[in-house]
Ligand binder design. Structure first.
Ligand SMILES: [Zn+2]
Length: 338
């Protein structure tokens, strides 16, 4: 079978379509014949060695959906032919954190495609805890692409205690997690404003339920405050926008952060934080229950995870370049060979 693997980390062109041996499921594992996978910026960062894969060659990809085609020893409740969504969060399963489903704090926490062989392959082994039933009516390309972005967004909104009726400002709505944060905030009953450098993306967000949008590169904090301010600001952009995000929050407001695409460091005016009694809330990935809740919002049609463009499995580098161009609106998915 074929898999897209990195044998070095020089960027997107380091992915090569290799012949690999079909894996046999071990105890407690199922093998999934993948129908669709989804792309994330993570797949580009890993290709650049940020972080470098532990083992080379490394198969990329975090998100996928497909059909069980082999079942390992001791597996109960799964049969060949079952339709499955892959939950990308891996952990040891036995530590105190894992027992409480606080898997994101497990010492061995990792993500498919980053710390473990990923989904850009024809067949993938996963422990049964990572095999989630696909709702029959959910389109395959959505099932195979919503996971990582939606579970990350949902955990962030839950950590930030978002309540019905609150106002959320989503900064840089074109990003995968930010778009998911918008749609899940709407599902949770919030009023949502967005920012983007692209008017097209603001229009896209407004068509999907956002109230209005502001230019990310202008003083959007001031504009948000003139409309009463945000109870919660979601900012995964970092140094380029975080000052505006803090100024757009209401007094006592929260700023949730699960990424920092514009850089890792910035200066903070600390009195601005405490005099305005703001909260900065960090979040990363999500647990299995949050994955199930994110799926449920999408299954119910309360949240959406639109797929903007679908590429053929053999065109992964083109699909990654398209994602890297930031032109995409919605998820980018791959259709795997039959
Ligand atoms: Zn653990």
């Amino acid at each position: 079978m074929k898999a897209w693997q990195l044998s070095d980390t020089k960027g997107i062109d380091s992915y090569a379509l290799n012949d690999v041996e079909e894996p046999e499921p071990g105890a407690g594992e199922v093998r999934i014949k993948i129908k669709n996978s989804g792309l994330n910026h993570l797949d580009i960062w890993v290709a650049m060695g940020l972080p470098a894969p532990k083992h080379l060659p490394h198969t990329g990809g975090a998100d996928a959906a497909g059909v069980v085609d082999a079942v390992g020893e001791g597996v109960a409740g799964f049969e060949i032919g079952d339709e499955i969504i892959v939950d990308p969060s891996m952990s040891c399963g036995v530590c105190d954190y894992c027992r409480k489903d606080d898997i994101v704090y497990c010492d061995s926490f990792g993500i498919l495609g980053e710390h473990h062989p990923g989904t850009f392959t024809e067949k993938l082994l996963v422990p049964t805890i990572n095999a989630v039933r696909k709702p029959k009516d959910l389109p395959w390309e959505v099932a195979g692409s919503f996971g990582l972005a939606s579970v990350t967004a949902l955990r962030m909104l839950e950590k930030a205690r978002l309540k019905t009726g609150e106002t959320v400002l989503v900064v840089g709505v074109g990003g995968g997690v930010s778009a998911a944060a918008m749609s899940l905030s709407l599902a949770l009953g919030a009023r949502v404003y967005v920012t983007s450098r692209s008017q097209e993306k603001i229009d896209w967000a407004v068509q999907r339920g956002a109230t209005a949008g502001f230019d990310s590169s202008a003083e959007f904090g001031k504009e948000m405050r003139s409309l009463g301010g945000a109870d919660l600001v979601v900012d995964n952009v970092g140094p380029a926008t975080l000052r505006q995000s803090m100024s757009g929050a209401k007094p006592g407001g929260r700023i949730a952060i699960c990424g920092s695409t514009s850089g890792a460091k910035m200066e903070l005016t600390i009195p601005y934080l405490f005099f305005r009694q703001l909260e900065l809330i960090g979040s990363s990935m999500g647990n299995h229950a949050q994955f199930a809740r994110a799926l449920n919002w999408i299954r119910l049609g309360k949240a959406e995870s639109p797929v903007g463009k679908i590429f053929d499995f053999t065109d992964l580098p083109d699909a990654l370049r398209y994602l890297d161009s930031s032109e995409q609106m919605g998820k980018v998915a791959l259709t795997h060979p039959e």
